[in-house]
Design a protein. Sequence first.
Length: 206
Amino acid sequence: MKAHIKEKDADCCERKGDRKIIRIIVLVFIAVVLILFIFSFVLLRFSLSNHLSKNKIVSLVIKNEELLKAVLEEIAKSQIDIEYISSTQKSRIYNLEYRNLEGLYIMRGDSVYEIISNDIFDNAMKIEGLLSISIRENYVNFYCGGSGFGSASSYYGFYYSENDRIMEDIELTQKGAGWEKREVDGDNWYYIEKIIDNFYYYEEHY
């Protein structure tokens, strides 16, 4: 009888031990999942945040003013309808037709990409933090990166205005040293601030 009781006690202890091991395994699994989730989240935020600060953008413009003006002169005298300038080291070409292109390139107004040889454009794209140049009707946009993903994105850079005006296609109100616009029924907002004559810092948040 005593032997039977001892056997039952041993069996009970064994089952308790098994449950404890299972509980530990479950807790370790949950902990690992949480750690991986947190690590992935931090890594994702870091990888999606790639832009210069306002102070660095201002410094970039002041330091490279002559080169930037040379870029603008080169665009103005070009016989090609240039819409976009960058390099494959800084901005990938997602159009599969042109995926084999490497180096300094432009996109023409007809959405055709081509590799070019131009010392002024090449030197501009060597400026740290400057990723691309877009030519618009009333201004030239110098893009310096962004952060976020999808509908929660921010963009930073500066633009050149030949008539030395803030963007005319956006209704802005005075805000400190610059101008801003905030959507009444949304979370989109824009901020613009003059750096030097004709050059303006901007940030856009969506």
